[in-house]
Design a protein around this ligand. Sequence first.
Ligand SMILES: NC(=O)c1ccc[n+]([C@@H]2O[C@H](COP(=O)([O-])OP(=O)(O)OC[C@H]3O[C@@H](n4cnc5c(N)ncnc54)[C@H](OP(=O)(O)O)[C@@H]3O)[C@@H](O)[C@H]2O)c1
Length: 237
Amino acid sequence: MQKILITGANRGLGLEFTRQYAAEGWHIIACCRSPESADELNTLAAGNSNIIVEKLDVADFAAIDQLGVKYKDTPIDILLNNAGIIGPIPIDENIARQHFGQMEYDIWEDVMRVNCYAPMKLTETFMGNVAASNQKKIICISSSVGSISEMNIPGVAYASSKTALNRAMTIAARELKPKGVIVGLFCPGYVKTRMDAFGYAMVEIEESISLLRPMIEALTLEDSGSFRGHDGRIIGW
Ligand SMILES: NC(=O)c1ccc[n+]([C@@H]2O[C@H](COP(=O)([O-])OP(=O)(O)OC[C@H]3O[C@@H](n4cnc5c(N)ncnc54)[C@H](OP(=O)(O)O)[C@@H]3O)[C@@H](O)[C@H]2O)c1
């Protein structure tokens, strides 16, 4: 039995990860912040007893601790840090509240907490569960916009949160290597989820996850701390 914990499992990439891993017989701890309105996830779980839906707002670190206690003795093959927020973008309110010169610092804090601190908190909480499993993997859904060498975008909060996530997770990778735990950072491509507010995305959700899962499966300890795109390309820091 293989087990995966997925954050943000109610929609977008997290829901598709849940769907595809469930179809392959995995046991899934499907976390979302509002299970009462997670209709698609609940329907999926109703038809598959291997999916357990858990309420988790990843910004609530006490809730992460509580979930850690609940699953204290459960090996988890993959911790999948997927939940993320982009923060306000001009299309939302016609003002650039995360652009240089107009920064709103409470927004930046929220984005950093969800996209960077929470994956680290989840990693610290569940690293023992992962180390006790067969696959021993911690996967974070990052973004190429966090790449300083490759991307140039105006949104400070989102981009810097992914840059910080990448740096934090390369440190976690080094610390966890002696325990045999593999850490992987992946950009899913520009995917047609709700995050694609501009409607420019070219990659279908199903396609992105179908490409990412074999790469996650193939990840070895030698690859730990690497950052790849959905096309398998190593992305520059
Ligand atoms: N789509 C892209 O083109 C793209 C590109 C690069 C990276 N990514 C990354 O891919 C990941 C998934 O994004 P997506 O494209 O699937 O976007 P999405 O459709 O907007 O989904 C985001 C998911 O994160 C959840 N979430 C947000 N804040 C949360 C919190 N505090 N606690 C728990 N869950 C929370 C959302 O739950 P609610 O329904 O409760 O809000 C939702 O399930 C993110 O980390 C994102 O940065 C996406």
